[in-house]
Structure formats: structure tokens, C-alpha cells
Design a protein around this ligand. Structure first.
Ligand code: 13P
Length: 251
């Protein structure tokens, strides 16, 4: 099953409006012509409109780094799916390990965000990943299974078209340590098998599973050569147009 690759840049808490415009424009110029892949940018909320404008005549997908489940109301500090769509956003990253670890978002809360995003027709990128300690204690798959099962609670089979899973081992984020291509492939395959168990083979075959954690120009080609790695979620290297340009043009 050939899935379209998804190459995503998560800018995290970086860029002022001027920086965001120029970074988005530089990246847009480097987007490959090929139809086998999509490029996605997730800037901070404050520059979504600027980036949307820069990307308006491109195929680059605009994503947010989080999303609330309610349309409006007393949710101080949150941003609703409707507000995001109003800024040109069509996708949302949900449950990033920084949200889980620093802001204590748990699987139940993340599940609400997933359901909220899908109900407003946003593509939802559910991030999962084990910590170093969990990995060392052999708990990787148990942790991922709980994150997937609870994160997808109540997601209907037909909504899986709009779901993406990003596997980001916490020990590989921003550390320069990448999972080897074999390690990542093994985990991705086990996630796909789990999805087959929860849903069905056809859904599992179509689901895109991204890898994240120190993806760089030097390792993107070998990661992307793996059969179950369908894209990358890139942090640090996505802030540099030269590096991200090379990543989205993986061979
Ligand atoms: P780095 O690419 O900086 O390791 O970050 C990965 C990440 O968290 C992307 O969401």
C-alpha cells in the first residue's frame, strides 16, 4: 500500500511575525514538485495568519500545535477549532510530548482534543512516544498501546481518514539521538498492527505514521526508506529552511 508521505515542521515556541513570514516563504520555495508527498508547517498560534498568507498559493498544509475541543466558551488560554480554521488551519498536532510532560496533558485530555479536532474536520496528528526510562524498562509498547487506545477512544472508523499518528520517542527529541531506522520501523509496524486490531486492515494500511525525534538531513533518507515510516515530524531542523528543504526533498 503506497501512502502519501507527510513531512511536517513543528516550529514549537519560535518565530516572531517577521521571522515566520521569511521562514515560511523560504521553505515554500524548496517544496518538491512530486505528488508523492505533502509538506506541513505548524507555527505558533500568533503567526498562523501571517504564515497562511505566505502559503496561500502553495499546497503546504497549515497546522496548529494544539487545539481545544469546544467551539467557544470559558476556556481561558485555549484556541478553538473554529478559530483555527478561521486562520487557514486544516490540521492540528495533538498530545505532543512537551504538552504531556511539561503541561501534564494526559491521554483522556488528549482524546478530547482529538475528538474535537475531528468533529470540526481538522486532520488530527496524535503524538505518542515513550520516555527514556520507559524504554529502558522495556515498557515501550505498553506505553504506546495505552496512548493509542486512549487517544483514539471514540474515533469512528470513517474518521480515521483524517487521523495521523506521530511516533516521537521522548529520548530522541531535541537530543540528537535518533532511533535507528530498524528501531523506528519495528515500532511503526507494531503501531500499524495495533490499529488493525482496533479497527481493520484497510484502515491500518491507509494510516500515515510519522517518525519524530532528531530528524535531520543526514538521517531522513534512511528513515524514509522504511516501509512503515510515512513521514517525519521535525522540530529543530524545521527552523532552518536549508535543512528542512533537504528533509522535504528526501530521496
Ligand atoms: P527535534 O526534531 O528537534 O528532535 O524535535 C522533534 C519534535 O518534537 C517534533 O515535534
Amino acid at each position: 500500500m503506497k501512502r502519501k508521505s507527510l513531512m511536517a515542521g513543528n516550529w514549537k515556541m519560535h518565530t516572531t511575525a517577521i521571522e515566520a513570514r521569511s521562514l515560511a516563504a523560504d521553505i515554500a520555495r524548496k517544496c518538491p514538485e512530486t505528488t508523492d508527498r505533502e509538506v506541513l508547517l505548524a507555527p505558533p498560534f500568533t503567526v498562523l495568519r501571517e504564515v497562511a498568507e505566505v502559503l496561500s498559493r502553495t499546497d503546504v498544509i497549515l497546522a496548529s500545535q494544539n487545539v481545544c475541543w469546544e467551539e467557544k466558551g470559558a476556556f481561558t488560554g485555549e484556541i478553538s477549532p473554529v478559530m483555527l480554521k478561521d486562520c487557514g488551519v486544516s490540521s492540528a498536532i495533538i498530545g505532543h510530548s512537551e504538552r504531556r510532560q511539561i503541561f501534564h496533558e494526559d491521554n483522556a485530555l488528549i482524546n478530547k482534543r482529538v475528538l474535537g479536532a475531528l468533529s470540526f474536520d481538522l486532520m488530527a496528528i496524535l503524538c505518542i512516544g515513550e520516555t527514556e526510562e520507559e524504554q529502558e524498562n522495556g515498557k515501550t509498547f505498553a506505553v504506546l498501546e495505552a496512548q493509542v487506545r486512549q487517544g483514539l477512544q471514540g474515533v469512528e472508523p470513517q474518521q480515521m481518514e483524517k487521523m495521523v499518528i506521530a511516533y516521537e520517542p521522548v529520548w530522541a527529541i531535541g537530543t540528537g539521538k535518533t532511533a535507528t531506522k530498524e528501531q523506528a520501523q519495528e515500532v511503526h509496524l507494531s503501531i500499524r498492527r495495533l490499529i488493525e486490531k482496533i479497527y481493520e486492515k484497510n484502515i491500518a494500511d491507509r494510516l500515515r505514521i510519522l517518525y519524530g525525534g532528531s530528524v535531520k538531513p543526514a538521517n531522513v533518507d534512511e528513515l524514509m526508506s522504511q516501509p512503515d515510516i510515512d513521514g517525519a515530524l521535525v522540530g529543530g531542523a524545521a527552523l532552518d529552511a536549508e535543512s528542512f528543504g533537504r528533509i522535504i526533498n528526501f530521496i
